[in-house]
Write a protein that binds this ligand. Structure first.
Ligand code: PEP
Length: 252
């Protein structure tokens, strides 16, 4: 039985003052929710704050990216070891906003995925198709290619220490979530593709759905057999909304 997992992606939002309120609200809201796992992925400058305020609680924290390179001569980069220093559990890898706006590729995402694992972090590997790709019936081709970019290089076994996230681009930040059936179809495809390499890993790997998840639509999404939780953008900026999604995960 896979435990549900809800991860907030704060993106480039927050301030020391706003985070204090958000972290306190989330910690208080999920303190008694013991049936699922919860985390917030914060911007780098707030990792220290996340560590000092959330350690000892049942909310884990993480980052939204990492550099695959341990070489110290790389201005502006943050290494996997630095994330470990700040107690991160998770790190998001290959988010569509980085793939599109910062030109990250399957190759660079795969390298970061591996670097995270080597450092003992849990990568949350994002995959998803654009609206045009879905309309052209390319969803499985695109998601399959993204998944294969890690499986072909590093093998399916490493997925036992990772989390996968299906985030259709047309649903991220749009208020047009995938229906539970649409999401389930792709999650099932992902699990089947992992199962081709290793059935046991496929059974255990957690596959999160991301894209306009809210308190209202979370229960129906979480009721789907292959949806193991959510990666949440906007609704992670407000404790009440995020806790509502966590409560739905806790109840399944
Ligand atoms: C995201 O960016 O990962 C995301 C899912 O955003 P939102 O929940 O705002 O659609």
């Amino acid at each position: 039985m896979r435990r549900k997992l809800v991860i907030g992606n704060l993106k480039m939002n927050g301030s020391i003052t706003a985070n204090q309120k958000l972290f306190a609200g989330v910690m208080a809201g999920v303190a008694d929710l013991r049936n699922a796992d919860y985390a917030l992925c914060v911007p780098y400058p707030y990792l220290c704050q996340a560590q000092s305020l959330m350690q000892g609680s049942n909310v884990a924290w993480g980052a939204q990216n990492l550099c695959a390179n341990e070489d110290a001569a790389l201005t502006g980069a943050v290494s996997p070891a630095m994330l470990v220093d700040y107690g991160c559990t998770y790190v998001i890898v290959g988010h569509s906003e980085r793939r599109i706006q910062l030109h990250e590729t399957d190759d660079t995402a795969a390298t970061r995925f591996n670097a995270a694992l080597n450092a003992g972090l849990t990568p949350v590997f994002c995959m998803g198709e654009s609206k045009e790709e879905r309309e052209s019936d390319w969803t499985e081709y695109v998601v399959g290619r993204q998944l294969d970019s890690i499986i072909r290089r590093y093998g399916a076994e490493l997925l036992t220490k990772a989390v996968l996230a299906y985030e259709p681009l047309w649903a991220v930040g749009t208020d047009i979530p995938a229906t539970p059936e649409q999401a389930q179809e792709v999650h099932h495809f992902i699990r089947k593709r992992v199962a081709r390499c290793n059935a046991e890993v496929a059974e255990n790997v957690r596959i999160l759905y991301g894209g306009s998840v809210q308190t209202e639509n979370a229960p129906a999404l979480f009721a789907m057999p292959d949806i193991d939780g959510a990666l949440v953008g906007r609704c992670s900026l407000e404790a009440k909304a995020f806790v509502g999604i966590c409560q739905a995960a806790n109840q399944v």
